[in-house]
Design a protein around this ligand. Structure first.
Ligand SMILES: NC(=O)c1ccc[n+]([C@@H]2O[C@H](COP(=O)([O-])OP(=O)(O)OC[C@H]3O[C@@H](n4cnc5c(N)ncnc54)[C@H](O)[C@@H]3O)[C@@H](O)[C@H]2O)c1
Ligand SMILES: O=C(O)C(=O)C[C@@H](O)[C@H](O)[C@H](O)COP(=O)(O)O
Ligand SMILES: [Zn+2]
Length: 371
């Protein structure tokens, strides 16, 4: 007789770019950390928010005889600040972290962004391995080498492309993640469904959202599919210099982010990234219906899929002019021209450059009608 099946064996998703690395998805993956760090690493700096320090001991056990220094950083967006990066640089100096040593980040996307940026800049770049602890960081932030911090003017305005040497997506770490944080991560998963993989949308539409828990095989399939979408895009266009033909290249991953980041900034980061991105996706769907060719049924599908998992699909919390000012610092903008990633259909992203202010306002007003 066989007992209930345990979690499936880990899945390795190779990222075959100029600096190849693996993203491993599974349960209880700590024993893979040492191999991911590779030979010659004597010192490891673990960058982690204070509130997640309970996870650190377990991780450190897997670092064997390496010298470990733990850098406790502020949680969430509080950590994505120049002053925090500077404090990390000072701590790395005190620890004597050399070019043959490594940084490990342990936390959500804010921590992998900050820690990745510190690793990118310390000694002009040292090895980093990400151990994401939120769904959002597993499917998105820890993969693909975008790192960064915020400035007074807006989100992620300072940063570097610095690919990790590996990413460990240990789904067991999600057991303690608050439900609303898991839901926030689903926004980036659904985004990947709209820009590239309709099977993601089908899975979300056919699964009871309450069944999307860390041990669920469907959640794991969603995680692996979203990572696969991201990996395919970043391997083709790591530095976001452009795609081929009509495809926007890496900018496609920015679907929903132009308004999303503006809302985060306006709300002084009191709204979760995934929640803002969900609203931003509905906004660009409305925009594409007005300024492009997106059928109304696909706009409605945005509301139904995102709403089904508990994400916001409406927003009227800011004057449009304030959001417009914040959107002007979006990295896709060129001079005074705003550029948005829109869809012509599911899995058919393209860039819409310079939509009229009338269309932008109408799309924003449509968000208020539904909230
Ligand atoms: N670099 C990229 O490609 C990329 C992609 C997507 C998002 N991001 C960035 O990621 C950030 C959002 O990431 P996030 O949603 O993970 O937010 P986050 O890092 O702020 O984490 C959310 C909250 O969850 C808590 N938490 C994390 N893991 C936990 C666990 N296992 N158990 C209990 N609590 C836990 C954190 O302490 C925090 O309070 C944003 O700054 C966004 O800009 C970057
Ligand atoms: O990896 C990318 O490229 C993305 O755009 C993924 C986004 O989900 C992510 O939020 C990213 O940090 C946004 O990048 P930014 O260049 O707009 O700051
Ligand atoms: Zn994002």
């Amino acid at each position: 007789m066989t007992g209930p099946a345990g979690p499936a064996a880990p899945t390795t998703i190779p990222v075959r770019g100029a600096h190849p690395y693996d993203v491993v998805v599974g349960h209880h993956l700590g024993d893979r950390l040492a191999a991911m760090l590779g030979e010659g690493v004597e010192r490891v700096a673990v960058i982690c928010p204070e509130r997640l320090e309970a996870f650190v001991d377990d991780l450190v056990d897997h670092l064997e005889d390496r010298e470990v220094v733990v850098l406790a950083v502020p949680d969430g967006e509080e950590g994505k600040q120049a002053a925090v990066a500077e404090a990390c640089w000072e701590a790395l100096g005190e620890a004597g972290l050399t070019r043959s040593d490594a940084v490990v980040t342990l936390g959500g996307g804010a921590t992998t962004d900050l820690g990745g940026f510190v690793a990118a800049t310390w000694l002009r770049g040292v090895k980093v391995v990400h151990v994401p602890t939120t769904l959002l960081a597993m499917v998105d932030a820890a993969v693909g080498g975008k790192t960064g911090i915020n400035t007074g003017a807006g989100k992620n305005l300072v940063g570097a492309f610095h690919e990790p040497s590996g990413v460990l997506c240990d789904l067991s770490l999600l057991e303690t993640l608050p439900r609303e944080e898991l839901v926030s991560g689903l926004a980036e998963v659904v985004k990947c469904g709209f820009i590239a993989d309709p099977e993601i949308l089908r899975l979300v539409e056919e699964t009871d959202p309450d069944a999307l828990v860390p041990s669920s095989p469907v959640l794991r399939e969603l995680v692996e599919r979203a990572i696969a979408v991201k990996v395919e895009v970043v391997v083709a266009d790591l530095r976001e210099t452009g795609g081929s033909g009509d495809h926007p290249g890496r900018e496609a991953l920015n679907y929903g982010h132009t308004l999303g980041h503006a809302i985060e900034r306006y709300e002084e980061y009191g709204v979760r990234h995934g929640e803002a991105v969900a609203v931003g996706c509905v906004f660009v769907a409305e925009l594409a219906a007005r300024a492009g060719t997106l059928p109304a049924s696909v706009v409605e599908r945005h509301r139904s899929v995102l709403g089904r998992v508990g994400l916001p699909v409406g927003y009227a919390g800011a004057p449009f002019d304030d959001l417009l000012a914040h959107m002007r610092v979006d990295k896709k903008a060129r001079g005074s021209q705003l550029r948005f990633v829109v869809l012509d259909d599911v899995a058919r992203p393209r860039v819409l450059a310079g939509p009229s202010e009338e269309d932008l306002r109408a799309a924003y007003e449509a968000l208020g009608e539904q909230s």
